[in-house]
Design a protein around this ligand. Structure first.
Ligand code: TXA
Ligand code: MG
Length: 338
């Protein structure tokens, strides 16, 4: 199959909407990362997503909507806190997990009785959803396990030949996937950190609990709140280690392990010896979020074998960057003073 990369003109959006209505799958831009979209109600179409991505069947998909009314078809028993979150942060990079309606097939929800719903901010995504008039199930449009795609080229690299079309809307502005939350009475449980931070969520709920799976390794036999937590993620072929502590410690640590195929991932304001090859990945959490997935793909292209990364801050959006880097590093963290 030929994979067309299409500019997001009205004509091309309508063409992709037709593909979706006919049970096909399409690469769709969003403000977070590119998604691989299908009609959320069509079991055969959703099956194509799992096949193209080689995704485990028990990992549920997020369903994307383009107006608030669509939620009524998808979820039941919506708590007040969820409504407050939608009013404050939608359209935007946050997914809410709610009890699912009978209209959502089990394949879409990975066999769970809940569904993750998101109203994206990206205009092309919204036009596409509106043009086909369907809620779109869409996981990140990468091969399962590899870094999420933040350009149409990343999607093409992973899925060329297995999907008919990708709408190319340039670079994703947020760069890490949406915040995922669930609700327990008026408490919010954070299942995956994103641009909408814990601090942001505290403005609408009295308590925000960070699920254990956000920062800790989950063993295979543990029951998880969100199946995505237990899978290997965002992994370049290179071996990644997170190094926590001062820049002096970082430089000493990397120098003693330096070789031709060693790279350091450092902050923009860091200065280290020219003997160490380095890639800058931003100073603020926002900058790091925007660049991190492209960099994790680039390190393989340039032949890096060992990557040592400065540890991002755990505040605000930093927590999302830290969560993705922890997984890219297979939870290998070296701490100054250990
Ligand atoms: O920003 C995003 O969320 C992107 C764009 C395309 O919208 N999508 C995305 O989807 O990142 P995906 O499938 O790559 O990640 C969805 C995560 C997975 O870790 C999954 O386990 C979790 O959300 N999830 C989805 N539905 C869930 C549910 N009902 N309960 C718990 N976790 C859920
Ligand atoms: Mg994903």
């Amino acid at each position: 199959m030929e994979t067309k990369v299409l500019k997001p003109t009205r004509e091309n959006i309508l063409y992709c909407a037709e593909l979706l209505k006919n049970g096909d799958i399409v690469g769709m831009p969003t403000e977070t990362v590119y998604g691989l979209a299908a009609n959320a109600f069509d079991e055969e179409a959703v099956k194509k997503i799992f096949e193209a991505k080689k995704r485990p069947a028990d990992n549920p998909l997020i369903v994307h909507i383009a107006d608030l009314d669509m939620i009524k078809e998808l979820a039941v028993n919506i708590p007040d806190t969820a409504i407050a979150v939608c009013e404050k942060f939608w359209p935007g990079p946050i997914t809410i997990v709610l009890p699912k309606s009978d209209k959502i097939p089990s394949i879409t929800s990975g066999g769970m009785n809940t569904v993750g719903i998101r109203f994206p901010l990206n205009k092309v995504a919204r036009e596409l959803i509106k043009s086909c008039g369907l809620p779109l199930a869409a996981p990140s449009a990468n091969l399962s396990g590899s870094p999420s795609p933040t350009t149409a080229e990343h999607v093409f690299d992973d899925l060329n030949g297995s999907i008919p079309a990708i709408l190319d809307d340039g670079n994703c502005t947020v760069g890490v996937e949406s915040t995922v939350i669930s609700f327990e009475d008026d408490i919010i449980r954070l299942l995956r950190p994103g641009k909408i931070s814990v601090e942001d969520l505290k403005t609408v709920a009295p308590k925000v609990v960070i699920d254990k799976g956000v920062l800790e390794i989950i063993s295979n036999d543990t029951k998880v709140s969100s199946p995505g937590m237990k899978y290997k993620h965002y992994s370049p072929k290179a071996d990644v280690t997170l190094v926590s502590g001062s820049i002096e410690f970082f430089e000493r640590y990397v120098s003693s392990r330096n070789s031709d195929d060693t790279y350091a991932l450092i902050f923009d304001s860091d200065n280290i010896s020219d003997n160490i090859k380095s890639i800058k990945y931003g100073d603020s959490g926002l900058q790091q979020a925007e660049r991190i997935f492209a960099i994790l793909r680039d390190v393989d292209k340039i032949g890096a074998r060992n990557v040592y990364a400065r540890c991002p801050s755990k505040d605000g959006v930093g927590l999302a960057v830290y969560n993705r880097m922890l997984r890219a590093a297979g939870f290998k963290v070296v701490k100054e003073g250990d």
